[in-house]
Design a protein. Structure first.
Length: 206
C-alpha cells in the first residue's frame, strides 16, 4: 500500500496527499472529498478501501487517521452544485476544496480514479487507488465517514427518507419514499430524468 507514496518520494516529493471521494452515486446529499497527507513510510494494517470495511471499523480508523496524519482536508459539493455542474465536475471541485483545506501545501497528489484534480500540482491518477495506496485509502475512509455523518444530520431534518440507513442511495425504500413524499431540498434533481405526476415519480438514473 506504500508503493505509490515511495515512488513519489524517490522523485523528490515530500508532502504527498491521497485524494478520494464518497457519494458520487446517491440520489440525495452531497459528494464529499478528502485529502490526507500521511507521515513518511506510514502504514497501518487495517487501512483499506472504505467499501471493504464495516461502519464501526471506518469510524475507528477515521479517528486513527485524524490523529496520525500530518494534515486532513475535506471538500463538499451539495446537491444544487451537482445539478448545476454535473457529478464529475462537482466531484473534482470537491477534491480541489479538500486540498485547499489541508493545513499544509502538498507537492504531489495521488488521486483515486482516472481524472486529475484541477490544480497546478504534480499528480498521479490511480484506478482503484483506494485499494492500492495507503494515502488514498485513508482519504476514502475520511470522505465516507464525513459524508455519512452529514447524511445522519439530514435524516433528522427529513426522516421520511431514512437517510440514516440508506445515506441517500437509491434503495427500494428510498425510491418509494420519493414516490410518496416527492423530493426534498437535498435530492439531486438531475439524477431524475422523468416525472410522471406530482405524486408519483419514475426514477431513472442518467
Amino acid at each position: 500500500m506504500n508503493y505509490f507514496e515511495e515512488r513519489a518520494r524517490q522523485r523528490g516529493f515530500r508532502l504527498i496527499a491521497g485524494i478520494d471521494e464518497a457519494g458520487r452515486g446517491p440520489l440525495a446529499g452531497p459528494v464529499v472529498a478528502a485529502a490526507v497527507v500521511l507521515p513518511d513510510r506510514y502504514s497501518h494494517p487495517e487501512i483499506n478501501d472504505s467499501k471493504k470495511l464495516t461502519s464501526r471499523s471506518r469510524e475507528r480508523l477515521f479517528e486513527v487517521i485524524r490523529a496520525d496524519a500530518l494534515a486532513v482536508g475535506i471538500g463538499v459539493m451539495d446537491a444544487w452544485a451537482i445539478d448545476e455542474l454535473n457529478i464529475l465536475r462537482a466531484t473534482l471541485l470537491a477534491m480541489r476544496e479538500a486540498v485547499a483545506d489541508l493545513q499544509v501545501v502538498p507537492d504531489c497528489l495521488l488521486v483515486d480514479g482516472n481524472q486529475s484534480v484541477p490544480l497546478e500540482i504534480p499528480q498521479e491518477t490511480i484506478v482503484k487507488g483506494d485499494a492500492r495506496s495507503v494515502s488514498i485509502a485513508a482519504a476514502s475512509i475520511v470522505a465516507k465517514v464525513s459524508r455519512d455523518r452529514i447524511m445522519e444530520i439530514y435524516h433528522r431534518q427529513f426522516p421520511y427518507y431514512n437517510f440514516f440507513k440508506n445515506k441517500g442511495y437509491g434503495t427500494a425504500e428510498h425510491r418509494q419514499a420519493i414516490r410518496e413524499h416527492g423530493f426534498c431540498k437535498i435530492h439531486r434533481r438531475s439524477f431524475h430524468i422523468k416525472e410522471t405526476t406530482q405524486e408519483n415519480y419514475e426514477l431513472i438514473l442518467q
